[in-house]
Ligand binder design. Structure first.
Ligand code: PLP
Length: 430
């Protein structure tokens, strides 16, 4: 057992002054059988070090953003430059233009972009823009997909709330709940039925094209194409939430890899080099609905701040390095194979969904294709696995609904060490 004396002491202190001891509920250990989350001290490359001096190989990647590792020198240099030259002006800067050009060049569905401070803000604004553009009110979303923490999308909202055993948040009005219709992911017939009934009132459908919030789940062949076709038939817009998937599988958005084109896209996480960021964009005809050109208001004192912009630019520069996505995917395949082998060796039903450099392990006898499948996996066994891995010095998300993310800093030695840890962790599950 690792020594967590200082970590536990700080958890006790944290619980007195921070609600639940955490600043985001998914960081608590409620979904893995309880206990104190580990208090980390610093990160270096692919490793985290806790306040007791334990080292962990990290696959949480801060829930996605840390794709280049914790302290990539190119990003550190950009952050230092911003610190030296001013982190916030409240005026336009050249960095915003540079970064906007990089994004619009990498993602063809987007002529124009706006920066926000978080993924939540980005998705929230795409919804407002879609409503202003279509002059309609209803939104359709898919069960278990998480789109941030604004009221409308906390209905049946996947990983965070699901880990805590709730599907909806308190404090959301009945009126708001009535503005959103949820249907199962990967189920064209259900979506078609909803659109037949409500389609002429629907402003937009909100979709994680590849799901990251009930683990990594790929769209079935033809699903996204059918959603696009049906949505447009009714004059509504398709919004992709690519907050997790942007720059995760290749240099660009998942939409290009999948060959599908949304009307609006929300971005976040990996584009910021670890700093607070979000962005949204689309074609000029829709984006010009945004103030000051159009009626849809969106603003932000910190939006497009020089610090996040420079870190984001540096991060995208790093992500252009040849071969990095292939290496992350190769490592993820190796981990998938190790998990499946361990499942067989110890006779533990195990499913792994792996897409590029990301994967989710489920303790289940059945494939995971929608939220109900993910919900029906073995929560208790996942909790034990999570804790056994932590004890082996492997840091994962404390929830069966989350993903492991590879970073460009992981090495073959890290993967080999993780494979041994997987075997030992599985041996404790029988
Ligand atoms: N959309 C998706 C798909 C997410 O996974 C998240 C966060 O996990 C968000 C939106 C919200 O982003 P943020 O936490 O930056 O507000």
């Amino acid at each position: 057992m690792l020594n967590h004396t200082q970590s536990d002491r700080l958890a006790l202190e944290a619980n007195k002054v921070i609600v639940g001891g955490v600043n985001s509920p998914s960081r608590s250990f409620k979904g893995v059988g309880g206990g104190n989350p580990v208090t980390m001290d610093h990160g270096d490359g692919a490793y985290l070090y806790d306040v007791d001096g334990n080292r962990y190989i990290d696959y949480l990647a801060a829930y996605g953003p840390i794709i280049t590792g914790f302290n990539h020198p190119h990003i550190v240099k950009a952050i230092k430059h911003a610190a030296d030259t001013g982190v916030l002006f409240g005026t336009p800067t050249e960095h915003e233009v540079t970064f906007a050009k990089m994004l619009t060049e990498a993602i063809p569905s987007m002529d124009k972009v706006r920066f926000t401070n978080s993924g939540t803000e980005a998705v929230m604004t795409t919804v407002r823009v879609a409503r202003a553009y279509t002059e309609r009110e209803l939104i359709v979303k898919f069960t278990g997909q998480y789109h941030g923490h604004f009221d409308l999308v906390l209905v049946e909202a996947g990983s965070g709330p699901a880990t805590l055993g709730t599907t909806d948040s308190g404090g959301i009005t009945k009126g708001t709940s009535k503005e959103v219709i949820t249907v199962p992911y990967n189920d064209v017939e259900s979506y078609k039925a909803v659109m037949e009934k409500w389609g002429d009132q629907v402003a937009a459908v909100l979709v994680e094209p590849i799901v990251g919030n009930f683990g990594m789940v790929a769209p079935k062949p033809g699903f996204l194409e059918a959603v696009n076709e049906i949505t447009h038939e009714y004059g509504a817009l398709v919004i992709y939430d690519e907050v997790i998937t942007n720059f995760r599988f290749h240099y660009g958005a998942a939409q290009d890899m999948l060959g599908v084109v949304p009307d609006l896209t929300a971005f976040g996480k990996s584009i910021g080099g670890g700093l607070p960021i979000g962005a949204y964009g689309g074609p000029t005809r829709i984006m010009d609905t945004v103030a000051p050109l159009g009626p849809a208001y969106q603003a932000g004192t910190m939006a497009g701040n020089p610090l996040s912009m420079q870190a984001g630019i540096a991060c995208l520069e790093v992500l252009q390095e040849p071969g990095i996505y292939e290496r992350m995917a190769d490592f993820a395949v190796q981990l998938k194979e190790a998990l499946l082998e361990a499942g067989e060796k110890y006779d533990i039903p195990t499913v792994v969904n792996q897409i590029g450099g990301s994967l989710t392990v489920y303790f289940s006898e059945h494939p995971i294709e929608d939220y109900a499948d993910a919900e029906n996996t073995d929560t208790e066994r996942f909790g034990k696995f999570f804790k056994a891995m932590l004890d082996e010095g492997i840091n994962l998300a404390p929830s069966k609904y989350e993903a492991w993310f590879l970073t460009i800093m992981h090495t073959q030695e890290d993967i080999d060490e993780t494979k041994c840890a997987i075997d030992r962790a599985f041996s404790k599950l029988v």
